[in-house]
Design a protein around this ligand. Structure first.
Ligand SMILES: *Cc1c(COP(=O)(O)O)cnc(C)c1O
Length: 475
């Protein structure tokens, strides 16, 4: 499989380069040149098989010959063996025709583990084959940092540096990052805000000489491999619920549009998906788009579902590429205008096309708490605020046909957001066993000023890239 950029002018790349590159050189995002097909008999043949087998079937055409099939199977088995539920992404029935898919059985109890745990292992595999190393740098307001750290810890070819605002994350979030005892993990508490952290990371990536010398890389959801790994649980859910002979709808709490785009990819491969439902919090740019066809920026406001407090959803570009019949120039022009004016619109025809598949719903904080409470009352399930947004979006857009199996995604464990859950239900969800001693583990972090030179020096002194690249590659 080869990969093309959504903006049409970056080089066409094979899988391993797409894995290591992330963002395309023309500013676009990589997508597969064409969608491989999962035929009805392929889906039927996966009934009753373990998650890693489904993953292998989904990923093999994307990975191509970069990694031998037997080796890819080993990596997948190892990746998901570390999850704390034998089904990996179990389904819990909520009512006659709807299910909750639990995506919080990985090490940091949120769905990003499903892709990042695999991505970290794949980095090691591909980098070892090339005799190269990488330095992963990222900024976090709390949540994604821990998933990235858990993905990269103990990886031979990777060092990871995560910047977070000193004293401004929750204690659970901080401890999930600072208690990881691995020599290649570096947590930097920046004396400043999250924006300061993000500006420092951006400045490091814009310093081309530094970026090249340190072999900087990111693990955010613009990386195609994260999308690819997320396709798997949609296919697994579909198979468990009777695909190819049963149609499906998915409701997805959405921020950067990466997760729901993976559902779109599963459908493009042949999974019988009838409807995709976008759930937004008060940061509702996507809901407004699917209602009006206009994408119009507003200020980001904090909400009870912070992982969705986003205005510009970077992965939406991948859908736009298809809405524009894969015309990369048109995508590039549209998004350049968008950056200048904060707004663009698609044609009625294109909007009609999008609405043939996508529905959307917006939920404020009060309604989010009400949904958490109602879900607990009706099913006994404690759900986190992100999950509640998805559930409400499903309730508002449920297909009329009772034969369609509806799946709502539980993207984080309720114990990750205990205050909101307790406010809504009176019950404080306990951390799962594997994190029960989180508050007893020793912490390790360094405090640095919000100063580019200081942070660059800190990383240069610790990344193993400059010291002995050849030797570590050989050893
Ligand atoms: C990242 C995240 C989201 C948003 O997912 P996108 O792929 O960015 O749309 C929703 N909920 C939780 C808990 C998350 O961590």
């Amino acid at each position: 499989m080869r990969y093309v950029s959504t903006r049409g002018s970056a080089p066409i790349l094979p899988f391993d380069d797409v894995l290591l590159t992330g963002l395309a050189r023309d500013g676009g995002l990589y997508v597969p040149e064409r969608w491989p097909r999962l035929r009805a008999e392929d889906l039927a043949g996966l009934h009753g098989r373990p998650y890693a087998d489904v993953a292998l079937a989904v990923m093999t055409p994307f990975v191509g010959r970069t990694i031998a099939t037997d080796r890819l199977r080993e990596i997948l088995v190892e990746t998901y063996a570390g999850f704390d539920h034998a089904a990996v992404a179990p389904l819990k029935q909520l009512d006659a025709g709807s299910w909750l898919m639990e995506l919080f059985h990985g090490p940091t109890i949120a769905f990003k583990d499903y892709a990042l745990q695999f991505l970290g292992r794949l980095f090691d595999e591909v980098l070892a084959a090339r005799g190269e190393r990488l330095t992963v740098v990222g900024a976090t307001s709390g949540d994604t940092g821990s998933a990235a750290i858990e993905a990269c810890r103990d990886r031979q070819a990777v060092d990871i540096f995560i910047l977070y605002p000193h004293g401004r994350t929750s204690e659970v979030q901080r401890r999930q990052m600072t208690t990881v005892a691995a020599a290649n993990v570096h947590t930097i508490a920046v004396e400043g805000s999250f924006d300061d952290c993000q500006d420092l990371v951006k400045a490091m990536f814009n310093d081309i000489a530094y970026r090249d010398r340190m072999r900087l890389s990111a693990v955010n959801s613009i990386n195609w491999v994260r999308i690819m790994a997320q396709i798997v649980y949609y296919v697994a859910a579909g198979i468990a619920l009777g695909a190819p002979d049963r149609r499906l709808a998915f409701a997805v709490p959405t921020g950067n549009f990466g997760n729901i785009y993976a559902a779109y990819a599963a459908r493009s491969m042949g999974l019988p998906v009838e409807r995709l439902i976008v759930g937004s919090n008060r940061n509702d740019i996507l809901d407004r788009f699917f209602r009006t066809g206009a994408m119009e920026i507003a200020a980001v406001e904090p909400s009870l579902s912070p992982s969705m407090d986003i205005q510009v959803s970077s992965n939406f570009e991948r859908l736009l590429f298809d809405l524009f019949d894969r015309d990369g120039r048109q995508v590039a022009d549209t998004l350049t205008r968008f950056r200048k004016s904060g707004m663009f619109a698609v044609t009625d025809n294109q909007l009609g096309h999008a609405r043939g598949l996508f529905a959307s719903h917006r939920l404020g904080d009060d309604e989010t708490l009400a949904t958490i409470g109602a879900t607990f009352g009706q099913t006994g399930e404690l759900v986190d605020p992100h999950t509640a947004v998805g559930l409400a979006a499903l309730a508002a857009n449920r297909p009329g046909d009772p034969d369609v199996a509806c799946v709502s995604l539980a993207c984080a464990h309720p114990a990750k957001f205990p205050e909101a859950v307790e406010r809504a239900t009176g019950h404080r969800p306990p951390l799962p066993d594997k994190l029960a001693d989180l508050f007893d583990r020793p912490e390790r972090f360094d405090v640095l000023p919000a100063n580019l030179a200081a942070v660059q020096r800190y990383i240069a002194e610790r990344a193993r890239i400059t010291a002995t690249p050849e030797r570590s590659a050989a050893g």
